[in-house]
Design a protein around this ligand. Structure first.
Ligand SMILES: [Zn+2]
Length: 223
């Protein structure tokens, strides 16, 4: 089964190899638009019958097989596709003719007095929920019972939550410092004026991203 147009999985090695030809030597940002149009199938010659879309991962790749008859970009994609197809076939089969359990087969439970029609299957089935506990298990149960009686039955333990000055639940925080003979170094502080901050953010995130983030922040403050 082919993957739908516009859907993608992790690209296989063949697809990665093909995309590499277009973005070799480019930075991440530069290669993004290239990859987008590559995924749309705009970059390759449509007449080239060797450029195909992988059936499994959904990316374009260059078919290197001599008869030009591969459907997937790489070996992993082929294996994954075959596994998926097999699993889907199995699931369909299980849905259409589900396997009956032994109980469904030999126990007529829809009758007013249900009974087994095969004694062997009955014995095999019934022992499972009717065996007695082992001796040590019985002792454990008795001991647990005694313990419960001694502490006055099953009771929920009482916790009292410590409150702080504001009347809210106080959370105890324990901080453990590692012992060290080093002295802390001098604390340096930097001050940036708004223009500096803006130019730094623009250089890091770009004008467009920064504007949209600021707009979102303002909308968030209003709501
Ligand atoms: Zn693939």
């Amino acid at each position: 089964m082919k993957i739908k147009q516009g859907n993608y999985r992790n690209p296989g090695t063949g697809a990665v190899e093909y995309a590499r030809e277009f973005v070799e030597g480019k930075s991440m940002l530069e290669s993004l638009p290239t990859i987008t149009s590559l995924m749309k199938g705009e970059l390759h010659d449509v007449g080239n019958k060797r450029i195909k879309r992988c059936d499994y991962c959904g990316y374009h790749y260059n078919d290197q097989t001599r008869p030009n008859n591969s459907k997937t970009c790489s070996k992993e994609c082929k294996i994954a596709r075959d596994t998926l197809n097999r699993k889907m076939k199995q699931a369909d089969k299980a849905l259409l003719n589900p396997k009956k359990t032994k109980k469904q087969e030999y126990y007529l439970d829809w009758l007013e007095y249900p009974f087994w029609i095969n004694e062997y299957e009955m014995l095999k089935h019934t022992w499972k929920h009717e065996p007695s506990y082992g001796l040590s298990k019985v002792e454990q149960i008795a001991a647990a019972k005694q313990r419960t009686e001694r502490i006055g039955g099953r009771r929920k333990p009482k916790y009292c939550t410590p409150m702080d000055k504001r009347g809210e639940k106080a959370h105890r925080v324990r901080v453990k410092f590692a012992k060290s003979d080093r002295n802390p170094s001098e604390v340096k502080t930097y001050r940036m004026d708004p223009d500096e901050i803006t130019s730094y953010l623009v250089s890091k995130y770009g004008e467009k991203h920064l504007q949209s983030a600021r707009r979102k922040a303002i909308e968030h403050r209003r709501s």
